[in-house]
Design a protein around this ligand. Structure first.
Ligand code: CTP
Length: 401
């Protein structure tokens, strides 16, 4: 995701300096070109060789010694950087940055930088709470630096409280947010279901429905493009799974139920685009059922309503349902929205041309609790997927504020 991005990491002298190694490796794996500047203090904690091995680039330590072809290291780094990070940021570096000092390569480069600069403080809790440090943090924010909140907990020195370095995952998400504003689902873990389940009758036959899986696959693809971690639980389809999503193949409603429940706790959003069979044959014949002269009666039993169960067990998750209707669209959709405890529902009248199963387009209404209805025109399923994620992003912002 960070292919072609030039990232400068300034490492300063704190015990969390070793965690910048993890960050370097994660960013390199994501495709970034990473250049590390180490202060003298940082080198007391970690050797430059470790950063060189992980970044594949020489570590910069000295204002007066430039790599071959570079005239002035501070200007070259500043010119090339798409983003710079100070990880960890000590009280000392923040004070120097807040007042424009330039007494080493890192501070000099920072003064020359025009790219976004993310500062990740890490220090003892009493130092962090010190009014002078807090004043400097405020001043840095005002000056346009992006300050990450430190983690809270037990520190290396044994004290407890805020001052631990932010999690590497959170720093990476911040980088994605800054560099790719379209990645508005970065940091979200989403679960999408797709396709029509198949309920076996015998070894060669099953009951299913007309769902093609296109809507669910479009949702998964759009979520990957917007930076989410995507789990796609899919009933059989003829589609290529989208790159970047983790795929779970299922056949029946029971299998889908199992996979979805396994994942439910660890996701933030569930979009249930799958057409789940409401019933399954009560008995599944081991052998192919032979035709006889009389008719055949299949006894069906009810499947669990997966979305209803999710609604009952909902804690922090955003739940989005679908409703494919052939009559009384709004009335039926509103009932499903309430019964299944959903955050919103995507309803479509599958009898309309350009809507429903197998088509590349859809005509949907987004139905919200409280009565709001948004009627969307006919659009490509990928475009509709993005409209659905737009609403999810709005809800997530509301929830995390
Ligand atoms: N759904 C589900 N499990 C089921 C049936 C439906 O999770 N056993 C989900 C679908 O994935 C969809 C929503 O519930 O997001 C609505 O599905 P739909 O088939 O329209 O509604 P039902 O509740 O099954 O009601 P009916 O078939 O009577 O219209």
């Amino acid at each position: 995701m960070l292919k072609g991005k030039f990232v400068v990491i300034g490492v300063t002298g704190g015990i969390a300096a070793h965690r910048a190694l993890d960050l370097t490796s994660t960013l390199v794996k994501a495709g970034a070109e990473v250049h590390v500047i180490m202060t003298r203090g940082a080198r007391e904690f970690v050797g430059p060789l470790a950063f060189e091995a992980l970044s594949g680039n020489r570590v910069h330590v000295d204002t007066f010694s430039a790599p071959p072809g570079w005239r002035y290291p501070h200007l070259e780094l500043a010119r090339r950087a798409d983003i710079a990070l100070v990880v960890p940021a000590t009280a000392n570096i923040m004070a120097k940055m807040a007042y424009g000092m330039a007494d080493d390569l890192l501070t000099t480069s920072i003064l020359a930088m025009t790219c976004p600069i993310v500062v990740c403080p890490a220090m003892n809790v009493y130092m962090y709470r010190n009014d002078i440090v807090q004043e400097n943090i405020k001043r840095l924010r005002k000056l346009g630096f992006i300050l990450m909140e430190p983690g809270v907990g037990r520190q290396a020195c044994g004290d407890e409280g805020p001052g631990r370095l932010a999690a590497v995952e959170d720093i990476v998400n911040m980088i994605k947010k800054v560099l790719m504003p379209e990645c508005d689902l970065a940091g979200s873990r989403v679960l999408v279901t797709a396709g029509g389940t198949r309920e076996p009758i015998d070894p060669v036959r099953y009951i299913s429905n007309r769902s093609s899986g296109k809507m669910g696959y479009a949702l998964a693809e759009a979520a990957v493009n917007r930076g989410a971690v995507v789990h796609l639980v899919t009933a059989p389809t003829c589609l290529e799974p989208p790159d970047g999503a983790k795929i779970y193949y299922v056949n029946t409603a029971i299998e889908m139920f199992r996979e979805v429940m396994n994942l439910y706790r660890e996701v933030d959003v569930v979009v249930k685009a799958a057409a789940v069979s409401d019933y399954r044959p009560k008995t599944v014949s081991d052998q192919k059922i032979k035709k006889s002269d009389s008719g055949l009666v299949l006894e069906l039993e009810k499947n669990t309503d997966i979305l209803y169960e999710l609604g009952k067990q909902k804690t922090h998750q955003i739940l989005v349902g679908f409703a494919a209707e052939t009559e009384d669209l709004i009335k039926n959709a509103r009932q499903k929205l309430a019964k299944k405890n959903l955050d919103f529902l995507v309803a479509n009248d599958v009898t309309q041309p350009g809507a429903g199963f197998g088509t590349d387009t859809n005509i949907a209404k987004l139905i919200f609790p409280g009565g709001r209805i948004e009627s969307l025109p006919m659009m490509d399923k990928l475009e509709l997927a993005d409209r659905i994620w737009d609403e999810v992003v709005k809800l997530r912002h509301g929830k995390t504020k």
